[in-house]
Ligand binder design. Structure first.
Ligand code: S3P
Length: 436
Protein backbone atom coordinates (compact mmCIF):
# COMPACT_ATOMS: atom_id res chain seq x y z
CA UNK A 1 0.00 0.00 0.00
CA UNK A 2 1.16 3.53 -0.70
CA UNK A 3 0.04 6.66 1.07
CA UNK A 4 -0.63 9.83 -0.89
CA UNK A 5 -0.29 13.00 1.20
CA UNK A 6 -1.43 16.45 0.10
CA UNK A 7 -0.37 19.69 1.78
CA UNK A 8 -2.96 21.16 4.15
CA UNK A 9 -3.47 24.70 5.40
CA UNK A 10 -5.51 23.86 8.43
CA UNK A 11 -5.82 21.21 11.15
CA UNK A 12 -8.36 21.60 13.92
CA UNK A 13 -10.03 19.54 16.57
CA UNK A 14 -9.54 16.96 19.26
CA UNK A 15 -8.17 13.55 18.41
CA UNK A 16 -7.64 10.40 20.34
CA UNK A 17 -4.82 7.98 19.72
CA UNK A 18 -4.77 4.22 20.09
CA UNK A 19 -3.57 2.53 23.27
CA UNK A 20 0.06 2.62 24.29
CA UNK A 21 2.02 -0.07 22.51
CA UNK A 22 4.51 -0.76 25.32
CA UNK A 23 1.81 -1.05 27.98
CA UNK A 24 -0.43 -3.23 25.78
CA UNK A 25 2.40 -5.72 25.23
CA UNK A 26 3.06 -5.88 28.94
CA UNK A 27 -0.60 -6.42 29.79
CA UNK A 28 -0.69 -9.40 27.41
CA UNK A 29 2.57 -10.96 28.59
CA UNK A 30 2.27 -10.32 32.32
CA UNK A 31 -1.43 -11.21 32.32
CA UNK A 32 -0.50 -14.63 30.93
CA UNK A 33 1.90 -15.45 33.77
CA UNK A 34 -0.24 -13.97 36.54
CA UNK A 35 -2.73 -15.99 38.52
CA UNK A 36 -6.31 -15.01 37.76
CA UNK A 37 -8.05 -12.88 35.16
CA UNK A 38 -6.46 -9.74 33.74
CA UNK A 39 -9.01 -7.39 32.18
CA UNK A 40 -7.36 -4.99 29.76
CA UNK A 41 -9.14 -1.90 28.46
CA UNK A 42 -7.71 0.30 25.72
CA UNK A 43 -5.47 -2.47 24.38
CA UNK A 44 -3.73 -1.44 21.15
CA UNK A 45 -5.36 -3.58 18.47
CA UNK A 46 -2.51 -3.24 16.03
CA UNK A 47 -0.29 -5.91 14.52
CA UNK A 48 2.56 -5.66 17.04
CA UNK A 49 0.47 -6.13 20.16
CA UNK A 50 -1.74 -8.79 18.60
CA UNK A 51 1.50 -10.76 18.16
CA UNK A 52 1.96 -10.72 21.93
CA UNK A 53 -1.58 -12.03 22.41
CA UNK A 54 -1.14 -14.89 19.95
CA UNK A 55 2.22 -15.70 21.54
CA UNK A 56 0.75 -16.11 25.02
CA UNK A 57 -2.11 -18.17 23.60
CA UNK A 58 0.49 -20.48 22.05
CA UNK A 59 2.07 -20.82 25.50
CA UNK A 60 -1.22 -21.83 27.09
CA UNK A 61 -2.98 -18.67 28.29
CA UNK A 62 -6.56 -18.12 27.22
CA UNK A 63 -7.35 -14.76 25.61
CA UNK A 64 -10.94 -13.57 25.12
CA UNK A 65 -11.84 -10.55 23.01
CA UNK A 66 -14.62 -8.83 24.93
CA UNK A 67 -15.06 -5.69 22.79
CA UNK A 68 -13.03 -2.95 21.09
CA UNK A 69 -9.72 -2.75 22.95
CA UNK A 70 -11.09 -4.97 25.70
CA UNK A 71 -9.42 -8.31 26.31
CA UNK A 72 -9.58 -10.81 29.11
CA UNK A 73 -6.45 -12.85 29.71
CA UNK A 74 -6.84 -15.94 31.84
CA UNK A 75 -3.41 -16.17 33.42
CA UNK A 76 -1.97 -19.63 34.04
CA UNK A 77 0.76 -18.58 36.49
CA UNK A 78 4.45 -18.94 35.73
CA UNK A 79 4.32 -22.69 36.29
CA UNK A 80 1.25 -23.10 34.09
CA UNK A 81 2.93 -22.07 30.84
CA UNK A 82 3.47 -24.99 28.49
CA UNK A 83 5.65 -25.62 25.45
CA UNK A 84 4.18 -23.97 22.34
CA UNK A 85 3.24 -26.46 19.60
CA UNK A 86 4.99 -24.46 16.88
CA UNK A 87 7.44 -21.64 16.21
CA UNK A 88 6.10 -18.33 17.56
CA UNK A 89 6.15 -15.60 14.93
CA UNK A 90 6.74 -12.19 16.54
CA UNK A 91 6.20 -10.37 13.20
CA UNK A 92 7.75 -6.89 13.33
CA UNK A 93 7.63 -6.64 17.11
CA UNK A 94 10.90 -6.33 19.01
CA UNK A 95 9.03 -5.96 22.28
CA UNK A 96 7.19 -9.26 21.78
CA UNK A 97 10.41 -11.10 20.96
CA UNK A 98 12.66 -9.69 23.65
CA UNK A 99 10.15 -9.81 26.50
CA UNK A 100 9.09 -13.33 25.54
CA UNK A 101 12.69 -14.54 25.70
CA UNK A 102 12.81 -13.30 29.30
CA UNK A 103 9.39 -14.78 30.03
CA UNK A 104 10.33 -18.31 28.94
CA UNK A 105 13.96 -18.25 30.16
CA UNK A 106 12.87 -19.79 33.45
CA UNK A 107 10.46 -22.34 31.94
CA UNK A 108 11.83 -25.89 31.56
CA UNK A 109 10.86 -26.41 27.91
CA UNK A 110 11.84 -25.24 24.44
CA UNK A 111 10.48 -22.12 22.78
CA UNK A 112 11.20 -21.20 19.17
CA UNK A 113 10.87 -17.59 18.05
CA UNK A 114 11.07 -15.91 14.68
CA UNK A 115 9.95 -12.65 13.07
CA UNK A 116 9.76 -10.73 9.82
CA UNK A 117 12.86 -9.71 7.84
CA UNK A 118 13.31 -6.55 9.92
CA UNK A 119 13.04 -8.32 13.26
CA UNK A 120 15.33 -11.13 12.09
CA UNK A 121 18.01 -8.52 11.47
CA UNK A 122 17.76 -6.88 14.91
CA UNK A 123 20.19 -7.63 17.75
CA UNK A 124 19.11 -10.26 20.27
CA UNK A 125 22.46 -10.77 21.98
CA UNK A 126 21.52 -7.97 24.35
CA UNK A 127 18.90 -10.28 25.90
CA UNK A 128 20.60 -13.61 25.21
CA UNK A 129 23.72 -12.56 27.10
CA UNK A 130 22.27 -11.83 30.56
CA UNK A 131 19.72 -14.66 30.32
CA UNK A 132 22.43 -17.17 29.40
CA UNK A 133 24.40 -16.00 32.41
CA UNK A 134 21.34 -16.77 34.50
CA UNK A 135 21.29 -20.32 33.15
CA UNK A 136 18.99 -20.31 30.10
CA UNK A 137 20.19 -21.95 26.89
CA UNK A 138 19.71 -19.72 23.86
CA UNK A 139 20.81 -20.86 20.43
CA UNK A 140 20.07 -19.56 16.99
CA UNK A 141 21.22 -17.83 13.88
CA UNK A 142 24.40 -15.74 13.88
CA UNK A 143 25.76 -17.51 16.96
CA UNK A 144 22.55 -17.10 18.88
CA UNK A 145 22.29 -13.35 18.30
CA UNK A 146 19.53 -13.15 15.65
CA UNK A 147 16.09 -14.69 15.25
CA UNK A 148 15.11 -17.43 14.68
CA UNK A 149 16.20 -18.36 18.19
CA UNK A 150 15.50 -21.41 20.32
CA UNK A 151 15.31 -20.97 24.06
CA UNK A 152 15.53 -23.82 26.51
CA UNK A 153 14.58 -22.44 29.86
CA UNK A 154 16.08 -23.60 33.13
CA UNK A 155 13.77 -24.61 36.00
CA UNK A 156 15.73 -22.42 38.39
CA UNK A 157 17.70 -19.47 37.11
CA UNK A 158 20.65 -17.95 38.93
CA UNK A 159 20.68 -14.56 40.64
CA UNK A 160 22.41 -11.80 38.68
CA UNK A 161 23.33 -8.14 38.87
CA UNK A 162 23.46 -6.86 35.34
CA UNK A 163 24.70 -3.50 34.10
CA UNK A 164 22.86 -2.72 30.90
CA UNK A 165 25.31 -1.66 28.17
CA UNK A 166 22.54 0.47 26.57
CA UNK A 167 19.41 2.01 28.10
CA UNK A 168 16.79 -0.46 26.87
CA UNK A 169 13.44 -1.12 28.47
CA UNK A 170 13.12 -4.32 26.47
CA UNK A 171 16.34 -5.78 27.86
CA UNK A 172 15.56 -4.53 31.37
CA UNK A 173 12.12 -6.14 31.15
CA UNK A 174 13.45 -9.45 29.83
CA UNK A 175 15.90 -9.75 32.73
CA UNK A 176 13.28 -8.76 35.31
CA UNK A 177 10.81 -11.32 33.93
CA UNK A 178 13.48 -14.00 34.18
CA UNK A 179 14.12 -12.78 37.72
CA UNK A 180 10.66 -14.03 38.70
CA UNK A 181 12.11 -17.56 38.48
CA UNK A 182 15.60 -16.93 39.88
CA UNK A 183 16.99 -18.44 43.06
CA UNK A 184 18.10 -15.04 44.39
CA UNK A 185 17.68 -11.33 43.70
CA UNK A 186 18.10 -10.13 40.13
CA UNK A 187 19.18 -6.52 39.64
CA UNK A 188 19.38 -4.45 36.50
CA UNK A 189 21.43 -1.24 36.51
CA UNK A 190 20.55 1.24 33.80
CA UNK A 191 22.96 3.78 32.28
CA UNK A 192 19.97 6.15 31.85
CA UNK A 193 16.32 5.72 32.74
CA UNK A 194 14.30 3.90 30.09
CA UNK A 195 10.50 3.54 30.17
CA UNK A 196 9.36 2.01 33.46
CA UNK A 197 6.04 0.42 32.44
CA UNK A 198 7.35 -3.01 33.40
CA UNK A 199 8.24 -1.94 36.92
CA UNK A 200 4.87 -0.27 37.40
CA UNK A 201 2.82 -3.19 36.13
CA UNK A 202 4.85 -5.91 37.85
CA UNK A 203 4.43 -4.03 41.11
CA UNK A 204 0.70 -3.69 40.50
CA UNK A 205 0.63 -7.47 39.98
CA UNK A 206 2.31 -8.02 43.34
CA UNK A 207 5.92 -8.63 42.31
CA UNK A 208 8.61 -8.08 44.93
CA UNK A 209 10.36 -5.28 43.09
CA UNK A 210 12.44 -2.39 44.39
CA UNK A 211 13.86 0.62 42.62
CA UNK A 212 16.89 2.40 44.06
CA UNK A 213 18.29 5.08 41.77
CA UNK A 214 19.36 3.40 38.51
CA UNK A 215 18.96 -0.13 39.95
CA UNK A 216 15.82 -2.25 39.75
CA UNK A 217 15.80 -5.45 41.81
CA UNK A 218 13.26 -8.25 41.61
CA UNK A 219 12.83 -11.38 43.70
CA UNK A 220 11.24 -14.70 42.87
CA UNK A 221 7.50 -14.84 43.29
CA UNK A 222 4.06 -15.27 41.80
CA UNK A 223 2.05 -12.51 40.12
CA UNK A 224 -1.61 -11.81 40.79
CA UNK A 225 -3.78 -10.63 37.89
CA UNK A 226 -5.26 -7.14 37.93
CA UNK A 227 -7.15 -4.67 35.79
CA UNK A 228 -5.16 -2.63 33.30
CA UNK A 229 -6.39 0.52 31.58
CA UNK A 230 -4.03 1.42 28.78
CA UNK A 231 -3.62 5.17 28.13
CA UNK A 232 -3.27 6.61 24.63
CA UNK A 233 0.20 6.21 23.13
CA UNK A 234 2.30 9.37 23.40
CA UNK A 235 4.47 7.97 20.60
CA UNK A 236 1.45 7.99 18.26
CA UNK A 237 0.26 11.35 19.59
CA UNK A 238 3.65 12.85 18.70
CA UNK A 239 2.85 12.66 14.97
CA UNK A 240 -0.39 14.60 15.42
CA UNK A 241 1.24 17.11 17.75
CA UNK A 242 4.12 17.90 15.40
CA UNK A 243 1.63 18.19 12.51
CA UNK A 244 -0.33 20.64 14.65
CA UNK A 245 2.81 22.73 15.25
CA UNK A 246 3.85 22.84 11.58
CA UNK A 247 0.61 23.23 9.59
CA UNK A 248 0.04 26.99 9.04
CA UNK A 249 -3.34 27.29 10.74
CA UNK A 250 -3.68 24.58 13.36
CA UNK A 251 -4.97 23.83 16.81
CA UNK A 252 -4.91 20.16 17.77
CA UNK A 253 -5.66 18.46 21.08
CA UNK A 254 -4.93 14.86 21.92
CA UNK A 255 -6.88 13.60 24.91
CA UNK A 256 -6.26 10.58 27.13
CA UNK A 257 -2.60 10.38 26.26
CA UNK A 258 -0.08 8.70 28.57
CA UNK A 259 2.19 11.13 30.41
CA UNK A 260 4.57 8.74 32.15
CA UNK A 261 7.67 10.89 32.83
CA UNK A 262 9.94 8.26 31.26
CA UNK A 263 8.10 8.92 27.97
CA UNK A 264 7.51 12.69 27.91
CA UNK A 265 10.93 13.79 26.61
CA UNK A 266 9.27 14.79 23.33
CA UNK A 267 6.99 17.29 25.07
CA UNK A 268 9.94 18.86 26.91
CA UNK A 269 11.97 19.20 23.72
CA UNK A 270 9.08 20.73 21.78
CA UNK A 271 8.52 23.20 24.62
CA UNK A 272 12.23 24.07 24.57
CA UNK A 273 11.79 24.68 20.82
CA UNK A 274 9.19 27.33 21.79
CA UNK A 275 6.25 25.22 20.68
CA UNK A 276 2.87 26.50 21.81
CA UNK A 277 2.12 23.31 23.67
CA UNK A 278 0.01 22.91 26.78
CA UNK A 279 -0.35 19.82 28.94
CA UNK A 280 -3.32 19.33 31.24
CA UNK A 281 -2.74 16.29 33.42
CA UNK A 282 -5.68 14.31 34.81
CA UNK A 283 -5.74 13.86 38.58
CA UNK A 284 -3.53 10.87 39.42
CA UNK A 285 -5.39 7.56 39.62
CA UNK A 286 -4.42 3.93 40.07
CA UNK A 287 -2.73 3.45 36.71
CA UNK A 288 -0.29 5.29 34.50
CA UNK A 289 -0.48 9.13 34.43
CA UNK A 290 -2.42 10.65 31.54
CA UNK A 291 -3.85 13.94 30.28
CA UNK A 292 -4.57 16.16 27.30
CA UNK A 293 -1.92 17.82 25.16
CA UNK A 294 -2.85 20.80 22.97
CA UNK A 295 -0.69 22.45 20.34
CA UNK A 296 -1.05 25.44 18.05
CA UNK A 297 0.94 26.48 14.98
CA UNK A 298 4.33 27.66 16.18
CA UNK A 299 7.55 29.16 14.91
CA UNK A 300 10.02 26.59 16.20
CA UNK A 301 13.54 27.18 17.46
CA UNK A 302 16.17 24.47 16.92
CA UNK A 303 16.64 21.55 19.30
CA UNK A 304 19.65 20.01 20.97
CA UNK A 305 19.00 16.45 22.12
CA UNK A 306 21.42 14.05 23.76
CA UNK A 307 22.33 12.16 26.94
CA UNK A 308 19.68 10.93 29.35
CA UNK A 309 16.92 12.61 27.36
CA UNK A 310 17.36 10.21 24.44
CA UNK A 311 15.72 7.09 25.93
CA UNK A 312 12.79 9.29 27.01
CA UNK A 313 11.98 10.18 23.37
CA UNK A 314 13.73 7.52 21.31
CA UNK A 315 10.65 6.53 19.28
CA UNK A 316 9.74 10.19 18.64
CA UNK A 317 13.02 11.10 16.94
CA UNK A 318 11.68 10.51 13.40
CA UNK A 319 8.94 13.10 13.79
CA UNK A 320 11.18 15.39 15.85
CA UNK A 321 13.57 15.49 12.89
CA UNK A 322 10.71 16.71 10.70
CA UNK A 323 10.02 19.50 13.22
CA UNK A 324 13.75 20.34 13.29
CA UNK A 325 13.88 20.55 9.48
CA UNK A 326 11.33 23.37 9.65
CA UNK A 327 12.72 25.11 12.74
CA UNK A 328 14.82 28.28 12.59
CA UNK A 329 18.47 27.15 12.77
CA UNK A 330 20.51 24.01 13.20
CA UNK A 331 19.34 21.16 15.44
CA UNK A 332 21.48 18.33 16.72
CA UNK A 333 20.51 14.83 17.82
CA UNK A 334 23.35 12.84 19.40
CA UNK A 335 23.82 9.76 21.64
CA UNK A 336 21.05 8.10 19.64
CA UNK A 337 22.93 5.27 17.91
CA UNK A 338 20.12 2.94 19.05
CA UNK A 339 18.05 4.41 16.21
CA UNK A 340 20.14 2.33 13.84
CA UNK A 341 18.75 -0.93 15.26
CA UNK A 342 15.04 -0.08 15.40
CA UNK A 343 12.50 -1.40 12.86
CA UNK A 344 14.94 0.10 10.32
CA UNK A 345 18.14 2.14 10.52
CA UNK A 346 16.20 5.30 11.29
CA UNK A 347 19.21 7.63 11.09
CA UNK A 348 19.98 6.52 7.54
CA UNK A 349 16.30 6.37 6.51
CA UNK A 350 15.49 9.87 7.76
CA UNK A 351 18.61 11.40 6.20
CA UNK A 352 17.91 9.72 2.86
CA UNK A 353 14.16 10.17 2.56
CA UNK A 354 13.80 13.67 4.02
CA UNK A 355 16.65 14.85 1.73
CA UNK A 356 14.50 13.78 -1.21
CA UNK A 357 11.91 16.24 0.08
CA UNK A 358 14.42 19.09 0.27
CA UNK A 359 15.45 18.87 3.95
CA UNK A 360 19.13 19.37 4.71
CA UNK A 361 20.40 16.73 7.10
CA UNK A 362 23.77 15.29 7.91
CA UNK A 363 24.00 11.74 9.14
CA UNK A 364 26.24 11.11 12.15
CA UNK A 365 27.11 7.70 13.62
CA UNK A 366 24.95 8.45 16.67
CA UNK A 367 22.43 10.94 15.34
CA UNK A 368 21.74 13.72 12.88
CA UNK A 369 22.50 17.37 12.26
CA UNK A 370 19.45 19.08 10.82
CA UNK A 371 19.64 22.47 9.11
CA UNK A 372 16.32 24.13 9.75
CA UNK A 373 14.37 26.48 7.55
CA UNK A 374 13.82 23.94 4.81
CA UNK A 375 11.17 24.42 2.19
CA UNK A 376 9.94 20.89 1.75
CA UNK A 377 8.71 19.65 -1.62
CA UNK A 378 6.53 16.66 -2.30
CA UNK A 379 8.41 13.58 -3.50
CA UNK A 380 8.10 9.82 -3.72
CA UNK A 381 9.72 8.42 -0.59
CA UNK A 382 10.25 4.99 0.97
CA UNK A 383 9.22 3.94 4.46
CA UNK A 384 11.64 1.00 4.39
CA UNK A 385 8.88 -0.96 6.17
CA UNK A 386 9.25 1.18 9.29
CA UNK A 387 5.97 2.51 10.72
CA UNK A 388 7.48 5.53 12.45
CA UNK A 389 9.50 6.56 9.39
CA UNK A 390 6.32 6.26 7.29
CA UNK A 391 4.28 8.46 9.65
CA UNK A 392 7.08 11.04 10.02
CA UNK A 393 7.27 11.31 6.21
CA UNK A 394 3.49 11.77 6.11
CA UNK A 395 3.74 14.69 8.55
CA UNK A 396 6.46 16.20 6.32
CA UNK A 397 4.11 15.72 3.36
CA UNK A 398 1.39 17.77 5.05
CA UNK A 399 3.67 20.84 4.96
CA UNK A 400 5.49 20.21 1.65
CA UNK A 401 4.78 21.92 -1.67
CA UNK A 402 2.92 19.44 -3.87
CA UNK A 403 2.04 15.83 -3.31
CA UNK A 404 4.10 13.24 -1.42
CA UNK A 405 3.82 9.52 -2.03
CA UNK A 406 5.02 7.18 0.70
CA UNK A 407 5.76 3.72 -0.63
CA UNK A 408 5.40 0.61 1.50
CA UNK A 409 3.14 2.25 4.07
CA UNK A 410 1.25 -0.88 5.29
CA UNK A 411 3.68 -0.93 8.21
CA UNK A 412 1.71 1.93 9.83
CA UNK A 413 -0.74 -0.77 10.93
CA UNK A 414 1.86 -2.10 13.38
CA UNK A 415 1.16 0.78 15.77
CA UNK A 416 -1.47 3.26 14.47
CA UNK A 417 -4.01 1.63 12.15
CA UNK A 418 -6.27 4.72 11.99
CA UNK A 419 -3.44 7.19 11.35
CA UNK A 420 -4.77 8.42 7.97
CA UNK A 421 -8.37 8.64 9.18
CA UNK A 422 -7.30 10.58 12.28
CA UNK A 423 -5.34 13.13 10.24
CA UNK A 424 -8.16 13.46 7.73
CA UNK A 425 -10.65 14.18 10.51
CA UNK A 426 -8.37 16.97 11.80
CA UNK A 427 -7.85 18.30 8.26
CA UNK A 428 -11.59 18.20 7.46
CA UNK A 429 -10.90 16.45 4.14
CA UNK A 430 -8.75 13.92 2.30
CA UNK A 431 -5.23 15.00 3.24
CA UNK A 432 -3.97 11.43 3.34
CA UNK A 433 -5.25 8.58 1.22
CA UNK A 434 -4.19 4.99 0.88
CA UNK A 435 -3.93 3.22 -2.45
CA UNK A 436 -3.11 -0.36 -3.29
C1 S3P B 1 10.07 -0.48 24.06
C2 S3P B 1 11.35 -0.04 24.32
C3 S3P B 1 12.16 0.72 23.35
C4 S3P B 1 11.28 1.31 22.26
C5 S3P B 1 10.32 0.32 21.70
C6 S3P B 1 9.39 -0.18 22.79
C7 S3P B 1 9.35 -1.24 25.10
O1 S3P B 1 13.10 -0.14 22.76
O2 S3P B 1 12.09 1.86 21.24
O3 S3P B 1 9.54 0.91 20.66
O4 S3P B 1 8.13 -1.40 24.99
O5 S3P B 1 10.01 -1.68 26.05
P1 S3P B 1 14.49 -0.53 23.48
O6 S3P B 1 14.21 -1.35 24.67
O7 S3P B 1 15.24 -1.31 22.43
O8 S3P B 1 15.16 0.76 23.81
Amino acid sequence: MRLRVRPVRRLAGEASVPGDKSISHRAALFGAIAEGLTEVQGFLEAEDCLRSLTAVEALGAEVTHKGPGHYRIAGVGLDGLREAPDVIDCGNSGTTARLLIGLVAGRPFWTFLTGDASLRSRPMKRVAEPLSRMGATIVGRADGTRLPLAIRGAAALRALTYELPVASAQVKSAVLLAGLSADGPVSVVEPAASRDHTERMLRQFGARLEVAGPTVTIRQGALTAGAVTVPGDISSAAFLLVAGLLVPDARVSVAGVGLNPTRTGILEVLQAMQARLRVVAEPPGEGEPLGTVTVETSALEPASVGGALVPRLIDEVPVLVVAAALARGRSEIRDAGELRVKESDRIAALARELSRMGARLEERPDGLLVEGGARLRGATVQSGGDHRVAMALAVAGLVADGETVIEDADCIATSFPRFAATLNALAGGEAVSAEA
